[in-house]
Write a protein that binds this ligand. Structure first.
Ligand SMILES: NC(=O)c1ccc[n+]([C@@H]2O[C@H](COP(=O)([O-])OP(=O)(O)OC[C@H]3O[C@@H](n4cnc5c(N)ncnc54)[C@H](OP(=O)(O)O)[C@@H]3O)[C@@H](O)[C@H]2O)c1
Length: 265
């Protein structure tokens, strides 16, 4: 990669940032497409996000940035405009900087998650799904699962009020969908999704009662590091089909580059 004065910049903003995988994936995309651009990691504390976003408005050779933990929800409010999908979810994970400096946000997490499952030949139509988590990623996944035609979606989250609030936003859009709060038990579900951050740290507890899993169930993870999280390890021991976290991001790379118009200016 030769960085020149013409090189376009994009970024990933996170805190911490050391664990992110997007730099490798986007920079490999840049190499493959022979685009004069580079993605750099930027570690920004939540308290500094607004002033950082303001500085990005003035950075004329910036095409855009990926926003990830813990900034997806806060960044949605800081954008000058967001897509209808991002407005529904209340979070953004990709932001384009238009030539006039305006920041335009969109969310691709749900689309990426569903595409990753389909790439693994896991059908969603008619499935009964338990979703653990109600944060930025879980919100996006919930809307995408309903759009993909699951029969029932039950949401379990440490902060129950956030799970209920997500259900309340889904219900008007999917009035005939079976949308409920879940307990921490996976019994009776076809697919269980861990969309919490539990599993990133070695000392984390399991996100749900994984010892109740049976071999006919599918367990999907969205954490990418470590690849084999404790909950996936238990699921594998129980003989379940498992879906790792990386495909969700891999399936977003083309879409992210396209949204930022990377290499098109
Ligand atoms: N593979 C991919 O492409 C991809 C994409 C996006 C995100 N991710 C990963 O997904 C994870 C979540 O991201 P996010 O953006 O949704 O984060 P977030 O908005 O901060 O949400 C975190 C979620 O985890 C729960 N949680 C956190 N600590 C917990 C604890 N100690 N006990 C119980 N629940 C806890 C939170 O519950 P409360 O609501 O109670 O706080 C919330 O539901 C991260 O690990 C991120 O790296 C992966």
């Amino acid at each position: 990669m030769d960085i020149t004065g013409q090189t376009r910049i994009c970024a990933i903003v996170a805190d911490p940032v050391q664990q992110v995988k997007a730099p490798q994936l986007i920079n490999a995309w840049v190499d493959k497409k022979c685009v004069n651009a580079v993605l750099v990691p930027m570690q920004v504390a939540p308290a500094e996000l607004a002033s950082w976003a303001q500085a990005m408005r003035g950075l004329k050779n910036l095409d855009g940035f990926i926003a990830t933990v813990p900034h997806k929800i806060a960044m949605c409010d800081l954008c000058d405009e967001v897509s209808p999908a991002a407005a529904l979810v209340g979070a953004v994970n990709i932001v384009r900087r238009d030539p006039d400096g305006r920041l335009i946000g969109h969310i691709l997490d749900g689309e990426g998650f569903v595409a990753g499952l389909r790439r693994s030949n896991i059908a969603l139509e008619g499935k009964r799904v338990m979703l653990c988590g109600a944060g930025g990623a879980a919100n996006a996944i919930a809307f995408a699962l309903m759009a993909a035609g699951v029969a029932a979606l039950a949401i379990y989250n440490r902060t129950t009020a956030k799970a209920q609030e997500l259900i309340d936003r889904l219900k008007p859009i999917y009035p005939s969908g079976e949308l409920t709060l879940a307990t921490d038990s996976p019994v009776g579900f076809d697919l269980i999704v861990n969309a919490t951050s539990l599993g990133m740290s070695e000392t984390d507890p399991l996100p749900f009662r994984a010892y109740q899993l049976v071999a006919t169930q599918i367990v999907a993870e969205i954490i990418m590091k470590p690849a084999l999280t404790p909950v996936l390890a238990v699921a594998q021991e129980k003989g379940c089909t498992v879906q790792f976290g990386l495909p969700m991001l891999e399936c977003q790379i083309d879409l992210m580059a396209d949204f930022m118009r990377l290499g098109q200016r």
